[in-house]
Ligand binder design. Structure first.
Ligand SMILES: [Ca+2]
Length: 462
């Protein structure tokens, strides 16, 4: 009793004396205690040799390095290290019998445990397709939550071995893109587990991101945007982009880049299946995924004007203009200036004046169409010294010409040679009747002509 008190007092004095900062730079010491249980012994590395630990309890300088190894008695094996209270640097694996501890900052207890040696057996996994690189995971529960050991990977013969004690195990294999699983008992010296890729089946396919679903008649199916989530029978699931479909054996009906037509494909989905299914009945929903419904629509011409047989030097019936600069003109050539067939619509300089000059179509009913496009030929002829200080635009009115919205600004420098121009009007005019105007703004004397021909409006039936 008295001896313990004296020892405690001594220890306190030692700690205090070390803790009092002096004029020197001697750092604080830390207390290290190394212990182990009765089935083995821990040794310390000293000058390259493993030696018995003379002083398992000691004061050391912080940051001192310790190399320790557990030596089990016969019939026993090293189990693990436990380290309490330390603030040390890096220790990679506490289940290894040999460790290096560096960078102590606090007092620490290091404990090694040895356990009775368990009988262990060789397990050999044989992959029937002799695939290299198959990753096998072993579990000791059917839910496959408790993994035993590290992942194993088959060699070029499709075989991998490991050591396991007696018991029942479950395994899973990741065979490239496929998944397999099973269970086995270990009761004998040699145990071989065979597995096949084909055992795995897909349980379901869900579309995560839809592909392009809206098409024109005759266009090609584009599945580039498609992403699905595949669920396998064993519970694995994975999101797969269309670009990886072939790697996972996924196929579709219709296929990417198949030509689409309204009769066969409008209102139908794209079905997604797997190539290994014995016989695919595309009408059977189970195990298959499908996209949203495709919409295949015919592109129709809603309006067309080529000015054939129209009276020259005025505008056609039903058309409007602000300024006599706009008129129907026949060049008498084989081609109209705009690039189609004469006659054509022309803006000309006379009378020479400043202003905004519109030519306006009759009202066009586009109420039942989407994907509208305005397509026309045009050309501008300018004087050699023109500095293009005028503007050319296309505008649309939905209120019979009271208000105009610009839908296209024409760069005159781009139509000095005839050009077919397309202006996308899209889905904005559903339910509307529209008038279209070509508008010249500036001094009319800047051009000798702005020519327009073969005006068409196309759209898809809503
Ligand atoms: Ca024409």
């Amino acid at each position: 009793m008295g001896k313990l008190k004296i020892f405690t007092l001594f220890a306190l004095l030692l700690v205090f004396s070390l803790a009092i900062p002096g004029c020197g730079v001697k750092p604080l010491m830390v207390e290290i205690s190394i212990t182990w249980n009765e089935f083995g012994e821990v040794k310390e590395k000293d000058n390259g040799n493993w030696v018995e630990i003379a002083n398992p309890k000691r004061s050391i300088q912080p940051n001192t390095s310790l190399k320790l190894k557990g030596f089990p008695d016969e019939g026993y094996e090293f189990f693990n290290w436990e380290i309490v209270g330390a603030d040390y640097g890096e220790v990679s694996n506490l289940s290894k019998d040999e460790i290096v501890l560096t960078g102590f900052k606090k007092n620490a207890t290091i404990k090694a445990t040895f356990i009775e040696m368990l009988p262990r057996y060789t397990i050999s996994f044989e992959e029937k397709n002799s695939r290299q690189g198959v990753v096998i995971m072993i579990y000791n529960d059917p839910e496959r939550k408790n993994k035993v050991g590290a992942n194993l990977t088959t060699d070029s013969s499709g075989i991998v071995s490991t050591y396991l004690p007696d018991g029942e195990y479950w395994w899973m294999a990741n065979v490239e893109q496929y998944f397999s699983q099973g269970n086995f008992m270990v009761q004998e010296n040699e145990k071989t587990v065979n597995f096949e890729v084909e055992e795995t089946q897909i349980k379901g396919i869900t579309v995560i991101r839809q592909p392009k679903l809206s098409y024109e008649e005759g266009h090609l199916l584009n599945l580039s945007d498609l992403i699905v989530k595949v669920l396998w029978q064993n519970g694995f699931s994975k999101e797969i982009n269309f670009s990886n479909f072939s790697n996972y054996g996924l196929i579709t009906q219709p296929q990417h880049e198949d030509e689409l037509n309204e009769l066969d494909h409008d209102g139908k989905t794209v079905k997604i299946g797997h190539e290994t299914f014995d016989e695919i009945d595309w009408n059977e929903g189970e195990r298959f995924g499908e996209t949203g419904e495709l919409r295949i629509r015919e592109r129709v011409e809603i309006f067309f004007k080529d000015f054939t047989n129209e009276t020259l030097n005025t505008i056609p019936d039903g058309w409007g203009r602000t300024g006599e600069e706009w008129l129907v003109y026949d060049s008498g050539e084989y081609y109209s200036f705009a690039g189609a067939k004469p006659p054509e619509l022309r803006f000309r300089l006379r009378p020479c004046q400043e202003g905004e000059f519109k030519v306006i179509t009759p009202e066009i009913d586009v109420s039942n169409y989407v994907g509208l496009e305005l397509i026309f030929y045009q050309k501008v002829t300018i004087w050699a010294d023109s500095d293009l200080d005028f503007s050319l635009k296309v505008a649309i009115s939905t209120d019979s010409g009271s208000n105009w919205t610009t839908v296209g600004i024409i760069d005159a420098s781009k139509i000095i040679t005839p050009k077919v121009t397309t202006i996308t009007l899209g889905d904005s005019f559903v339910g509307e009747k529209i008038k279209i105007a070509w508008i010249y703004e500036g001094h009319s004397g800047r051009v000798s002509g702005w020519f327009i021909d073969d005006i068409a409006i196309e759209g898809l039936k809503k």
